[in-house]
Every structure is written in structure tokens, then in C-alpha cells.
Design a protein around this ligand. Structure first.
Ligand code: AMP
Length: 281
């Protein structure tokens, strides 16, 4: 595995690989790698000649009061995991390498980034689309691998690649969960023992919501109500949102129909957790 920190070096490497006819798969992350990231890397390994993993804690996607400074950084353990998963290139740029002085250019996917997490994290998705747009220009992958766990992010990035004609295929991989159903996340390690126990209610409540839709309940209000009351009953979590949206556009639905995503964000102390589930109605 090669560890590359400069944009120039990785671009040179990729150009050579492409001239030699190799396919390139790309998994962008913020590190503190876990089994969720690992599942993306495995699929990428199976489907490509060259696997590129980036680890970059992107300041552009954190709000001023968010956890940029304390976000877990685990370079050594991440390297070990990447080697184990047979990553070819681990790209570890510095903030200065990605945003040199005088930086002024941003990518903003409108509308779909203003709902759900976009409401409580203004500017977050603009940071995400900008950095991933830059990374796509740097890595020039044939295929980009993203996780369903961050569904709104995946939807916005898919929209961006289509709108801006990035020559890349986007593949979205299923959410990997802990044994009790909690979606794996680098932020789970912030949780107190008590909150960690309680947080399993998120997936339990989403499954209950899905069951209710399958049983014929197509009322958005009723489903949201069911989920909210279960979370409130069974945990100390503070609900940011619970919503039923179109799974493709992530825009809110009036009535549950077609491929629907039930999505939520809940605070446990200072940690905000998100999760979602898909149901076909
Ligand atoms: P992050 O490092 O949290 O920015 O995530 C990097 C990529 O891994 C994103 O595409 C995430 O959606 C994906 N990912 C994170 N957690 C999971 C999970 N539990 N299951 C599947 N994919 C995940």
C-alpha cells in the first residue's frame, strides 16, 4: 500500500494506472475506520484493479460549533486496517493541500441539501459536495463508493455527479450495524455507556415504522408519531427530526408512496446520530 499526501503525486500515479488500462475505485472517508467503511472497501476491492481510500477530516463540512477539533483521528490504526483490506493507495492530504491560501470555489447542490440534516447543519452539504468534487477531480475514479447510512449525502453526491457530468459511477452500499442495530459511525465512540445502550432504539423505531407501512399505514403523520413516541419513551434522546421522504430526491412526502425513506436525527448528549430505512409502499 502506498501512502500519498500530495495531489500531484496521486494524480501522476492514477494517470499511469489508467494508461495501463486499470480500473480505479474510490472510497472517501474521514477516517476512524470501522466495519461500515470496511464493507465499502471490500466491495471496491472486488470490483476494481486499483482501490483508493482517502482519509481527510474536512473542515469545510463542520459548522463553527461542531466537533472538527475533537473528531477522532486514528492514522496508524486506519493504515493497518487499510492494508488488511488490500487498499492500493491511501490518500492523506493535509488541510493546506486541499485548501491552499486564496481558496474561493464551492459546489452547492440546491434544494435537496436544505431539508433533513441541512436544516440543522447549514453549509454542511456544501462542504461535502465541494470536497468530494475536488477528490473526484484528484482521484479520477471509475466508481465512487458511498454508504446508505449517510443517505442525504449519497443523494446529493449522486445529483452532483449527474448535474456536473463527473465521469463516475456512484454505488451506494448498505448500512452496516452493530449487533443491537445501531448504525456504525465514527461518532458512536463519543456516547456514554448509558446513551450507547439507549441508541439502539433508533433502528428499533425505524423498523417499527417500516412494519407499520408494510401493514398498510400510509399516513406520514401517523408513522412519524409512532417513531417519535417510541424514541421518547425508550431513551433520553432529543429528537432533531423524524421524516418520511422520497428515497431518490429526499424531499418530504405528504403521503407514503413508492420508494420511501424514513430518516431521523437524534441527539444523545452532545452527539447527534442519524439513521434511515427504506420501505416500498
Ligand atoms: P465518514 O468517514 O463517516 O465520512 O464515512 C465515509 C463513508 O463511509 C461514507 O460514504 C459513509 O456513508 C460510509 N459509512 C459510514 N458509516 C457507515 C455504515 N455504518 N455503513 C455503511 N457505510 C457507512
Amino acid at each position: 500500500m502506498r501512502v500519498i499526501r500530495s495531489v500531484r503525486s496521486i494524480q501522476q500515479f492514477i494517470k499511469k494506472a489508467k494508461l495501463a488500462g486499470k480500473t480505479v475505485g474510490f472510497v472517501p472517508t474521514m477516517g476512524a475506520l470501522h466495519d461500515g467503511h470496511r464493507s465499502l472497501l471490500r466491495r471496491c476491492r472486488r470490483e476494481n484493479d486499483i482501490v483508493v481510500l482517502s482519509v481527510f477530516v474536512n473542515p469545510g463540512q463542520f459548522g463553527p460549533k461542531e466537533d472538527f477539533a475533537k473528531y477522532p483521528r486514528r492514522e496508524q490504526t486506519d493504515k493497518k486496517l487499510a492494508k488488511k483490506e488490500k487498499v492500493d493507495i491511501m490518500f492523506l492530504p493535509s488541510v493546506k493541500e486541499m485548501y491552499p491560501g486564496g481558496y474561493l470555489t464551492y459546489i452547492d447542490v440546491e434544494k435537496m441539501t436544505r431539508v433533513l440534516c441541512g436544516k440543522s447543519r447549514p453549509g454542511h452539504f456544501k462542504g461535502v459536495t465541494t470536497v468530494v468534487g475536488k477528490l473526484l477531480n484528484i482521484v479520477m475514479p471509475d466508481t465512487l463508493y458511498l454508504g446508505q447510512k449517510d443517505a442525504q449525502q449519497a443523494a446529493a453526491l449522486t445529483r452532483m455527479t449527474r448535474d456536473l457530468n463527473f465521469p463516475v459511477i456512484v454505488k451506494i452500499c448498505p448500512t452496516v450495524r452493530e449487533a443491537d442495530g445501531l448504525a456504525m459511525s465514527s461518532r458512536n465512540q463519543y456516547l456514554t455507556e448509558r446513551a450507547r445502550g439507549e441508541a439502539a432504539v433508533l433502528y428499533r423505531s425505524l423498523k417499527e415504522g417500516r412494519q407499520s407501512v408494510i401493514a398498510g399505514n400510509h399516513s406520514v403523520t401517523a408513522i412519524i408519531c409512532k417513531i417519535r413516541s417510541r424514541i421518547t419513551r425508550e431513551s433520553s434522546g432529543r429528537i432533531d427530526y423524524v421524516e418520511c421522504v422520497d428515497a431518490g430526491t429526499v424531499m418530504p412526502l405528504k403521503k407514503i408512496q413508492g420508494k420511501t425513506m424514513i430518516a431521523l436525527a437524534v441527539w444523545f448528549g452532545k452527539t447527534r446520530l442519524i439513521d434511515n430505512i427504506i420501505v416500498h409502499a
